[in-house]
Design a protein around this ligand. Structure first.
Ligand code: NAD
Length: 263
């Protein structure tokens, strides 16, 4: 086990709050675990939608080549009710509070659920490395729609594979699928922010999916501190300055409250 894993929770919260005070370029990095308390299952927990649909089988290449895969992917899209109805939880709200306090430079997220923005972090400060599930676009003409409109259309017209109403092209959610290139602009921006961060707080990510998982390592290698808040062990525990095991929705608000009290 990493030396940085906290055994005294109060002391860990105090230390993290002190580092927040000292930070001039604080970046928060989040994965699926930050949204589980909003009712959206992460990749690995049992009973989630990911048990039914394996995203590794729904690669970008298969999606383009095979209508049966597109049909399955749109079926999955329609079954993701947990994501449509989700509300920000105390972890998202605590991050937004850091923004209101002028302490947050940016959020880099692997999530596609838009909950950081719903909590009050301005969209331009949220770097979505894996895109967003809130929009659908045409791969041919580039037209975009809110996902809710496509959902309504699928339900209304009872279509299994919606095509672009403007040009007949293939529609896809604006998420980054397995086999699809990472968005260049967002990735470059995330690397830049990670290099410059003097504190990165990582929440709810196992830190196994690259290049997203590289970001805290980049911060560390450039002299910044790394704090990891996660229920289970992560691939970053061995180089982090502080690892706190527990729920993001409980720990992050405590860190922010302690920071406010100490100001
Ligand atoms: P992951 O599923 O690999 O890991 C999630 C981690 O969060 C686990 O280590 C788990 O122990 C931890 N965790 C779960 N609940 C927690 C909580 N309440 N507090 C603290 N930690 C908690 O997730 P990942 O590393 O983000 O990778 C999965 C991929 O799947 C990502 O690329 C992401 O884009 C995608 N995904 C996104 C969503 C979403 O947008 N909400 C949901 C599922 C998967």
């Amino acid at each position: 086990m990493s030396n940085a894993v906290a055994t005294d929770l109060d002391a860990a919260i105090e230390l993290a709050a002190q580092w927040v005070s000292e930070a001039e370029r604080l970046v928060v990095f989040t994965g699926a675990g930050v949204s589980t308390e909003s009712g959206i299952p992460d990749f690995r927990s049992p009973g989630g939608i990911w048990e039914k649909y394996d995203p590794r089988e729904l690669t970008y290449q298969k999606f383009l080549a095979d209508p049966a895969v597109r049909k399955l992917r749109w079926k999955m899209f329609m079954e993701m009710e947990a994501m449509w109805d989700a509300k920000p939880n105390p972890a998202h709200l605590a991050v937004a509070e850091l923004h209101k306090l002028g302490k947050l430079r940016a959020v880099i997220t692997q999530n596609v659920d838009g909950l950081h923005q719903d909590a009050g972090v301005p969209a331009e400060r949220v770097i979505e490395l894996h895109g967003t599930n809130r929009e659908v676009y045409c791969l041919r003409c580039g037209a975009r729609w809110p996902s809710s409109e496509i959902r309504e259309r699928i339900a209304r017209e009872k279509v299994e594979i919606p095509d672009c109403v403007k040009c007949g092209g293939i529609l896809k959610t604006a998420t980054v699928s397995f086999g699809q290139a990472m968005p260049e602009k967002e990735t470059a921006e995330a690397v830049r922010l990670s290099e410059q961060a003097d504190l990165m707080i990582v929440m709810g990510s196992t830190l196994v999916v690259n290049p997203a998982a590289m970001m805290p390592r980049i911060t560390k290698e450039n002299g910044g501190r790394v704090v990891i808040i996660n229920l289970s062990g992560t691939e970053g525990d061995h180089y982090a300055d502080l690892v706190v095991r527990g729920k993001a929705g409980e720990l992050m608000p405590r860190i922010v409250e302690r920071y406010k009290k100490n100001r």
